[in-house]
Write a protein of this length. Structure first.
Length: 378
């Protein structure tokens, strides 16, 4: 048996089970990232009733129909857990495979987890102010399916790669626990000083236009290429090696401190709105300061303090009030080494994840080609 074409609506069905008995709580609420995974919600859940929230049971899918503010991605995820049920906002669409004898739910997720599907969904989104990819649009998709055993073969390949990545990620979690344990020890047993006495602000400009590539700062504490079309780059600030740049305006938006240290050997430039600074004491290793500012606890504190600003940014005065412990150099160096290893391995983990996503189009094509070959041999 070769390929069979279906309308996706023949193989999937809506799931509209609600959290009416409040069995699931705030810890079970999930959002969806553009990487197509469920994530703990970032929404303010105070005074929000969870009764109307949809249940996302194992093997079910959820997606956000509104595509207007998500770039070229459709926000969709698959609950591939064995026993965990999540709840999502009633604005989401929740569905499941209705004919598992024809369509493997993991195979369907591989189908969704491709740039081709994202482009299709964006192209077929309708609306003026808000573009949406409706349930009817989803059901109208034409899908060519190989036999179930071929689907399973390629799902097994995908799951093996995913399992290896998750195993690697668990190792990262162990390393993170080690780093947090050392930080906790430092936090409770070391005198602190405010940032105000540990750093000095730097305001050197790109006056001679020696640098033309602009950088921004991600909430993950890294620099990233940025666009500054038509801007006067002579006004942009220089960030030399071992100096920091911080975008205080985005603390409230990102629920984090977007700060990064220039670890390269060349100066870079950032927006003139950024705070640029350097450590002004030999008692503090710059990389240790970055580790301290990278803690979730620091991010939460900064976000809380930014709540007093009408723009949800953090005032420089508040930022300079952040206390930093100054342990012995050996302790700082130990934490810096662990943090550097953690950052390096996280970058590698991100590469693995990107490769796994990149393999989905290859696996789907491979399954279709194999089914077509089998059909040709009949």
């Amino acid at each position: 048996m070769g390929l069979t074409r279906y309308k996706l609506g023949e193989l999937i069905e809506l799931s509209e089970l609600r959290n009416t008995d409040s069995r699931l709580g705030i810890d079970d609420v999930r959002g969806i990232s553009i990487q197509k995974v469920f994530i703990p919600t970032k929404a303010d859940m105070r005074n929000v009733s969870l009764h109307p929230y949809y249940l996302v049971t194992p093997e079910s899918f959820a997606y956000v129909p509104d595509t207007s503010r998500r770039g070229d991605k459709i926000t969709l995820a698959h609950n591939d857990s064995e026993n965990d049920t999540y709840i999502v906002s009633s604005s989401y669409v929740v569905f499941r495979v209705s004919k598992p004898s024809i369509l493997n739910s993991d195979y369907l997720f591989m189908y969704f987890n491709r740039p081709e599907f994202d482009r299709y969904a964006r192209f077929n989104s309708w609306g003026s102010a808000r573009e949406t990819f409706t349930w009817d649009d989803m059901c109208d998709i034409d899908i060519d399916l190989p036999p179930l055993e071929i689907q399973q073969k390629y799902v097994d390949i995908y799951n093996a790669m995913l399992s290896n990545q998750q195993s690697y990620e668990r190792g990262l979690d162990d390393l993170q626990v080690t780093a947090e344990g050392l930080l906790e020890k430092i936090k409770t047993g070391t005198p602190r000083k405010p940032l105000e006495v540990l750093i000095r602000e730097i305001d050197e400009r790109n006056t001679h236009l020696a640098i033309s590539e602009v950088n921004g700062v991600k909430k993950e504490k890294q620099f990233m290429p940025s666009v500054a079309s038509g801007a006067d780059l002579s006004k942009y600030k220089l960030v030399k090696p071992y100096q920091f740049a911080c975008n205080l305006m985005h603390v409230g938006r990102d629920v984090a401190v977007p700060v990064a240290m220039n670890t390269g050997d060349q100066a870079i430039i950032v927006s003139p709105a950024y705070l640029v600074f350097e450590v002004n004491t030999d008692d503090l290793i710059p990389a240790f300061l970055l580790s301290w500012l990278s803690r979730g606890e620091t991010d939460r504190y900064a976000w809380f303090m930014s709540d007093t600003n009408v723009r949800s940014g953090m005032e420089k005065k508040r930022f300079l009030e952040i206390d930093v412990p100054i342990p012995e150099k050996k302790q700082q160096e130990a934490l810096v080494e662990i943090s550097a290893t953690l950052m390096e391995r996280r970058a590698y983990d991100a590469q693995i994840k990107e490769k796994i996503k990149g393999i989905c189009p290859v696996l789907i094509k491979g399954s279709l080609d194999e089914a077509a070959r089998e059909e040709a041999q009949l």
